[in-house]
Ligand binder design. Structure first.
Ligand code: UDP
Length: 243
């Protein structure tokens, strides 16, 4: 801590990945504006430290391609609907952040000019340099992928130092800590162990992409007030997935 009690942050540019479900509160579906606002406040507190922030938000609170195809929809159509769901979540987060005075851009992998910017890498980098929070929407723009893979892809493209995966638990456990009282949390775990033991951090293609580019993934609880800021200062409880 410094004299002003500001945490010393080790990171200059990071990507925060949250699932769509993180935005639905206790409702079980859709968007819960007070929850969106609470997470936006966490992001603002980190932005106020000067950290450049990228964000990827899932769409599972609204629509998942796999669920649609299980009910008989054509898979690619269902996946495009899932990608559109992520745009809605991104717009909700943008609204909450901008109401707090945080400048943002929603940047979509599927161009929709009236709604948000198309993804142009150099332009996104410039936004980050100007301290605008970049919310990357519509996943990778391709069916058969997930927003975890989109997060890893964008984090690599934007030269982020790490992906911060905000979840409901404070790290990666060897079994579900909500079901097993003796579950053990890892402080660090390798990409290969995550893949071999199927530890459920992110899907396998996202983990492999992070591994191949040596991009650390930090899993932490987003339910902890002030959690994101604490973790960025290297304090608090979390698991670091690395090589
Ligand atoms: N999706 C996709 N390609 C991508 C990213 C997402 O097709 O690059 C679709 C896919 O159908 C997925 C849905 O969008 O189920 C929502 O994303 P995800 O399941 O990753 O959301 P989360 O679980 O993080 O809320």
């Amino acid at each position: 801590m410094t004299d002003t009690d500001e945490p010393i942050v080790k990171y200059k540019r990071v990507l925060l990945k949250i699932s769509g479900e993180a935005l639905m509160g206790d409702q079980g579906y859709g968007l819960h504006p007070p929850t969106v606002e609470r997470i936006a406040r966490e992001i603002k507190s980190v932005r106020d430290l000067g950290v450049e922030i990228c964000m990827v938000i899932g769409g599972g609170n609204i629509f998942r391609g796999l669920a649609g195809s299980a009910q008989g929809m054509e898979r690619t159509t269902a996946d495009y609907m899932g990608m559109l769901a992520t745009v809605m979540n991104a717009l909700a987060m943008q609204g909450a952040l901008e109401s707090m005075g945080v400048f943002t851009r929603v940047i979509s992998a599927i161009p929709m000019d009236q709604v948000c910017e198309p993804y142009i890498r150099r332009r996104a980098v410039r936004h980050l340099e100007k301290k605008r929070v970049c919310i990357f929407a519509a996943g990778t723009g391709n069916p058969y992928f997930t927003t975890d893979t989109a997060a890893t892809l964008r984090a690599n493209e934007m030269s982020c130092e790490a992906i911060f995966k905000g979840t409901k638990v404070d790290g990666v456990y060897d079994m579900d800590p909500k079901k097993h009282a003796h579950a053990k949390r890892y402080d660090t775990v390798s990409y290969d162990e995550v893949l071999q033991k199927n530890l459920g951090v992110m899907d396998a293609s996202a983990i492999a992409l992070a591994r191949d580019n040596n991009l650390p993934i930090i899993v932490f609880s987003l339910d902890e007030p002030g959690g994101f800021r604490t973790i960025l200062a290297g304090q608090g409880t979390y698991t670091r997935v690395q090589g």
